[in-house]
Design a protein around this ligand. Structure first.
Ligand SMILES: Cc1cc2nc3c(=O)[nH]c(=O)nc-3n(C[C@H](O)[C@H](O)[C@H](O)COP(=O)(O)OP(=O)(O)OC[C@H]3O[C@@H](n4cnc5c(N)ncnc54)[C@H](O)[C@@H]3O)c2cc1C
Length: 411
């Protein structure tokens, strides 16, 4: 007698086994979720620390086995089914079923979409040549690492954090590096002018060539391989390889096709709920429509949104209200950011950039909204309170480094 195969299903399915997905699975169990959980990720690896890719891993200072987010037996010990190397292609909210890239259908009670984003790709002439690298996952990074020994020169397209971290590491290997940035300063999307100019100076000091206000017209090639970059300024920069760091496209197509509201990622409310019943979205691909009203790409955001979604699934509706933080390592410089500087109308410099240890305080309507602290861990720790409380502090006191931020909080 023919028997219908039992349909696979889980009480909660998490799509994407990166920072947000791994945290969501761990938090569900932590908050007492007793149902079945599947964590499905497209990458073949166990969940790992993505920021390390453009830092210690690329530099050869950290082996991959030290980058796992949790011990390898963590998932089975908590009865979490970790399915690696599988992509979710279709979401059907009416039957509460997803379809994987091997055509398996799996049903869910709740779904947490934590699929991150894919690197924005070059589209200009020459974009298909070999020797063009992106850094989003381990495979990308391994391909770059394999190509580096043969490369004398590299062009980094995009003067954001990932491009600049890679540039710093390549200089450490002795590679000639040119950074090409379309806007008129580095880090323009994320940092104020003094921070941008400081990093520009540091990179130049380490021998990095920098082209600002320079668009890429096409990629030059020879025998199918990259040989350089033609800029719209008329200049051609010779290079053995290219690293492209021009942002990401949120990986949300299956959710949008399923009818989720969104555009720049998928829209979520303060509990990380999408417009589709029982479907949550967290991390790089979630656009919070209340509070900050934006999509944030950071480990902190992915982890804290995952906790919010897990709580909501466990019946505790606690709005997401974390204070954002971020970091970047370049050379011996550690940048730590607290708060979001979106919409700032004034900045105050604490300390002298020439000492390579200073902070930039971002103000909006007279209140402190964020700080970038460069080799200033004390300001970073103490500045959190100023951001949390939206402190109103006079600019002269803020600029005075003989006053600690802790003292200013007390005042
Ligand atoms: C090189 C690099 C350096 C960074 N440095 C920093 C830093 O210093 N500080 C910081 O705060 N942040 C940093 N970030 C950003 C940070 O890593 C991300 O914000 C964070 O990983 C977001 O977590 P996430 O869970 O949203 O996405 P991810 O961690 O990207 O995880 C998403 C996962 O989903 C998988 N996936 C995608 N589509 C599907 C699908 N359809 N089905 C199944 N699986 C799918 C992906 O393969 C991926 O494994 C860095 C990012 C990169 C790439």
């Amino acid at each position: 007698m023919l028997q219908e195969a039992a349909r696979e299903g889980y009480d909660c399915i998490i799509v994407g086994a990166g920072h947000g997905g791994a945290q969501a699975a761990a938090s569900l169990r932590q908050f007492g979720f007793a149902g079945s959980i599947a964590l499905i990720g497209a990458e073949p690896e166990m969940p790992y620390d993505r920021p390390a890719l453009s830092k210690d891993y690329l530099a050869g200072k950290k082996t991959f086995d030290r980058m796992y987010l949790r011990p390898t037996d963590f998932w089975s010990a908590r009865n979490i089914v970790l399915r690696r190397g599988r992509r979710v292609e279709v979401v059907d909210p009416s039957s509460k079923t997803i379809t994987l890239d091997d055509s398996t259908n799996v049903s869910y009670g709740s779904l947490i979409w934590a699929a991150g984003g894919a690197p924005r790709a070059l589209t200009c002439d020459g974009h298909n040549l070999s020797g063009i690298f992106y850094i989003r996952n381990k495979a990308d990074c391994d391909a770059l690492i394999a190509a580096l020994p043969k490369a004398k020169s590299a062009v980094v397209i995009g003067g954001g954090f990932i491009g600049l971290e890679a540039a710093a590491i390549l200089r450490g290997f002795g590679t000639e590096v040119t950074v090409v940035e379309a806007l008129n300063r580095l880090l323009s999307r994320v940092a104020g002018e003094p921070v941008s100019r400081f990093y520009e100076q540091e990179h130049r000091r380490h021998g990095v060539e920098i082209r600002l206000s320079a668009g890429v017209q096409s990629i030059a090639g020879k025998n199918g391989r990259v040989s350089g970059v033609r800029l719209n300024t008329g200049e051609t920069i010779a290079a053995d390889l290219l690293i492209v760091g021009i942002g990401i496209i949120p990986s949300v197509l299956p959710l949008l096709i399923a009818g989720a509201e969104g555009g720049n990622g998928v829209n979520v409310d303060e509990f990380c709920r999408t417009s589709l019943a029982d479907i949550y979205c967290v991390g790089d691909c979630a656009c919070m429509t209340r509070g900050s009203g934006i999509r944030i790409e950071s480990v902190q955001n992915a982890s804290d949104q995952a906790i919010t979604a897990a709580r909501a699934i466990c019946g505790e509706l606690k709005p997401y209200d974390a204070v954002p933080w971020f970091w970047s390592n370049q050379y011996d410089l550690k940048l730590q950011t607290i708060g979001l500087n979106a919409g700032y109308d004034a900045t105050i410099l604490r300390g002298d950039p020439a000492t390579r240890s200073f902070s930039l305080v971002y103000m909006k309507s007279g209140t402190v909204i964020a700080l970038d602290c460069i080799n200033m861990p004390r300001d970073y720790v103490q500045g959190r309170k100023l951001v949390e409380t939206g402190a109103r502090i006079d600019p002269t006191s803020l600029a005075d480094t003989s006053l600690s931020l802790k003292d200013l909080v007390r005042q």
